[in-house]
Structures are given as structure tokens and as C-alpha cells.
Design a binder for this molecule. Structure first.
Ligand code: FAD
Length: 409
């Protein structure tokens, strides 16, 4: 249970999806107290998924960039959200209820929302130039500039973001190789059936893969890189983009007394463990997931927005219900729309409905080790996704869900 505190000063640290949506949500829900939004990056808050998709292949005009903004300056003003951009938080004193900022100032809070998200897992290879990572708007702009040269690119990491970058490289006309030490890198999220089809899609579009091969080193400089693989092969590239996951942005919380363990650990109400009146949401938060036997840190857009709405409600109106995740994630790969709800148990089994090659759409229903339906992944099939999502929420057995999806074929 959380009590409503609609007239208190709420300070939100991290001004991206989770932070911005919390600030907006507080006002929508009638919060009358001060709202301060603090962001390390300059400029207006922006959305990240387009950085590896539409924006990466756009013409980078001011209007293309405006499209990814999460809020306009006028709206921040209208909602009386005090926005401090380009100022990182560097410390937290939970006893004095103070956030210390990099510019030397301090901001006191009644309620603190930590929404500092994640940063790209640092590349172990740093030859001086030519190796890029993608997390911010500036990163995307730099990578787009390199792709526009149409020169060979090596993408290290075959997850969603790595393969989306590879598709963008193809769009620009670059020869591209994706390297990953795991034989089926996307299988962890979508299962082997769809992972295999996705690899086929990339190959058909001209992407080369070296899966099951690790990168041992990257040498040279931008325009003249040499990527050494564990198999002994060397790849020549003009640009390398390293997408090997992300790490929660918690360094500024060291010594704060909060429990930090692969993110800010929270209770089921998203209240940070270790201090009163502190919440953590979005990519930085690790919370006890009701449907799984463990704490979870999700790095998905929908979760960040849902948690923002939940916490804004908890602060403005109070709530008796624990946070319940919708467990939804998507990726765009060329013209394929991949959607996943729920989760995949690596010890479980799966049932495929529909033939992707024949009909251009498919759904895979995942069952956990006990045989209960726990997740569904669809490709180009929104109707099946929506139906499966409802049925999963209702706790229907896997056989019933599979039957219903077959009816839709
Ligand atoms: C290229 C890319 C593509 C993606 N595509 C998809 C997709 O297709 N589908 C999907 O579901 N998800 C996708 N995601 C993930 C999704 O964007 C994230 O889940 C979402 O952005 C999380 O929002 P957040 O606000 O929690 O954290 P973030 O977006 O990481 O934002 C955190 C903000 O806090 C700021 N910050 C960090 N430290 C401090 C500090 N000390 N002081 C002040 N500010 C600080 C950061 O600068 C940043 O602006 C993608 C992510 C990336 C990078």
C-alpha cells in the first residue's frame, strides 16, 4: 500500500521515457506539488527505439529529430515541470533527502523517483576511433554518418539492437557482418524457431553472419579496422558497432544506502529498498515480478512507460495494488514486426502456429517447464498477439491458446 502525497515536491532523476512519463503522469493525475525533472543529457527528452530504426535511416532533418522528442518545451511549461537538462546527479543523501548535481548544486525532495535507465555495456575494444555504441541520440547521429559512407561495417552483438543496426547498414548500402559468440543470438528472447527465421531474413537481405564466433580484438582506426575472431578469421571494416547489452546507471547511487544489485532493488510497489520515499522505475529498476520466482530488471519500452504510470498514480493518488508487468516487447526487422508477450522458459517447450515462409506470419506459444503457457511471440500477426495477450492474462492453458490461434489462421 502506498499513500497519496499529491502536494509534495517530487524530484525525478533521469529524463527519458520513464522520467518524462512520470512527470507528465503526475500532472494528469492531479499532483499539485512541485515536480522537478533532472536529466544528464542536454536538449528535450527523446525516445530511444527510433535510434536503431526510423531515425537511423532518416534524413536527420530537424523535423525527423523532433519526431522522437517525448515532450515539447511548451508542454513542460504548461505542466509546470521544472526541467534541469544537461545536469547529471552525482550523489544521493537519503537522510537529508537531497540529490547532489554535477554543477555543484543540491536539490531537496519529498519524494524521489530514480529513472536513470541504463548505459551501453562498455566495449572491451577501444582502438582509438571507429568503434561505436548506440544508446543516445548523439551515438545514433555518429553511426548514421559512418553508415552514409557505404563502407564495410562489423556489428558485434546479434541481439535486437545489433540486428536493427545491421538492417540500417544494408539500407545505406554498406557490406555488413554481424558477429556473436552465441550460435542463435536472438533465441533467448524469441525462441529458436523465430530466431532461425530472423537470421534467414537478414541473410536474404545481404547481411553476413559469424554466429558462434567471438571477437578477440579490434585494431586500427576509423576507416581501417581489423576485427579478429576467435575462429582465427579477420574481418576488415571501416566501422564497428558494438551492441553487447547494457548496464544499469547506478554509479551515482554508490554509498546512498539503497540496495544496488544489477539495478536499484525495489519492493513490489517499486519503492527502493533501503530508503523511505524513493521509487525506482524503468531500465534501472529490479523489482519482484509477481509471475516469476525472481526479481526482474526489464530493458523494454513498454515496461518503462507502465512503471512511470504506476508510480505517478502511487504518488498522486496512492495504490493498494503491486506493480504488474505487461511483459511486452517488440522489434522491427526490415518490414517484419516481431512482438513478444510474457516470457520464455529455457527449460520449457513451444508450439508453432502458422508458417512464416508460406503465409508471412507466425505465432509461437511458449510453455514453461510445468507445461503452463508463459509467453507468445508473433511475427507480422497483431491479431494473434492481441488474442494471446488476453488469454495469457486470463491464465488459459497452452492447448486452448494454441487452438484459438489456429482458428485465426
Ligand atoms: C537503440 C535502442 C533501441 C531500442 N529499441 C527498443 C524496442 O524496439 N523495443 C523495446 O521494447 N525497447 C527498446 N529499447 C529499450 C527502451 O528504449 C528502454 O527500455 C527505455 O528507453 C527505458 O527508458 P528509461 O527512461 O528507463 O531509461 P533510459 O532510456 O536509459 O533513460 C535514462 C535517462 O537517464 C539519464 N541519466 C542517467 N544517469 C543519470 C544521472 N546520474 N543524472 C541524471 N540523468 C541521468 C540518461 O542520460 C537517460 O537520458 C531500445 C533501446 C535502445 C538504446
Amino acid at each position: 500500500m502506498t499513500d497519496a502525497t499529491p502536494d509534495r515536491h517530487v524530484v525525478i532523476v533521469g529524463a527519458s521515457l520513464a522520467g518524462t512519463r512520470t512527470a507528465q503522469g503526475l500532472r494528469t493525475l492531479g499532483h499539485t506539488g512541485r515536480v522537478t525533472l533532472i536529466g544528464a543529457e542536454s536538449g528535450l527528452p527523446y525516445d530511444r527505439p527510433p535510434l536503431s530504426k526510423a531515425l537511423l535511416t532518416s534524413d536527420w532533418t530537424p523535423s525527423a529529430i523532433d519526431e522522437v522528442r517525448l515532450v515539447a518545451a511548451t508542454e513542460l511549461e504548461d505542466l509546470a515541470i521544472e526541467y534541469r537538462s544537461g545536469t547529471a546527479a552525482i550523489g544521493l543523501d537519503t537522510a537529508a533527502k537531497l540529490v547532489r548535481l554535477a554543477d555543484g548544486s543540491e536539490v531537496g525532495y519529498d519524494v524521489l523517483v530514480i529513472a536513470t535507465g541504463a548505459a551501453a555495456r562498455p566495449s572491451p575494444w577501444d582502438p582509438g576511433s571507429g568503434v561505436h555504441q548506440l544508446r543516445t541520440l548523439d551515438d545514433a547521429r555518429m553511426i548514421a554518418g559512418r553508415l552514409a559512407l557505404k563502407e564495410p561495417v562489423v556489428v558485434v552483438g546479434g541481439g535486437f539492437i545489433g540486428t536493427e543496426i545491421a538492417a540500417a547498414a544494408v539500407h545505406y548500402g554498406c557490406p555488413v557482418v554481424v558477429v556473436d559468440p552465441v550460435p542463435e543470438p536472438m533465441a533467448r528472447l524469441v525462441g529458436p524457431e523465430i530466431a532461425g527465421s530472423l537470421v534467414g531474413l537478414h541473410l536474404r537481405n545481404g547481411v553476413q553472419t559469424r554466429f558462434g564466433a567471438g571477437v578477440v580484438g579490434i585494431e586500427g582506426r576509423a576507416g581501417d579496422l581489423r576485427v579478429e575472431l576467435s575462429t582465427g578469421e579477420h574481418l576488415e571494416a571501416s566501422t564497428a558497432v558494438v551492441g553487447i547489452g547494457s548496464v544499469p546507471a547506478t554509479a551515482w547511487l554508490a554509498g546512498s544506502g539503497l540496495t544496488l544489485d544489477n539495478g536499484v532493488v525495489t519492493d513490489e510497489f517499486l519503492r527502493a529498498v533501503g530508503a523511505a520515499d524513493v521509487y525506482a522505475i524503468g531500465d534501472v529498476a529490479r523489482w519482484p515480478h509477481a509471475g516469476r520466482a525472481q526479481a526482474v530488471r526489464a530493458e523494454h519500452w513498454t515496461n518503462a512507460g507502465d512503471q512511470a504510470r504506476y508510480v505517478a498514480t502511487a504518488i498522486a493518488r496512492g495504490t493498494a495494488a503491486a506493480y504488474a508487468s505487461s511483459d511486452y516487447v517488440w522489434s522491427d526487422q526490415y518490414d517484419w514486426k516481431v512482438n513478444a508477450v510474457g516470457w520464455r522458459d529455457p527449460r520449457g517447450t513451444s508450439v508453432v502456429v502458422g508458417d512464416l515462409e508460406e503465409s508471412g506470419r507466425t505465432a509461437v506459444v511458449h510453455l514453461d517447464a510445468e507445461g503452463a503457457a508463459c509467453g507468445v511471440v508473433t511475427v507480422n500477426w497483431v491479431r494473434a498477439l492481441n488474442q494471446a495477450r488476453r488469454r495469457l492474462l486470463a491464465g488459459e492453458p497452452g492447448t486452448v491458446i494454441v487452438g484459438a490461434l489456429r482458428q485465426l489462421l
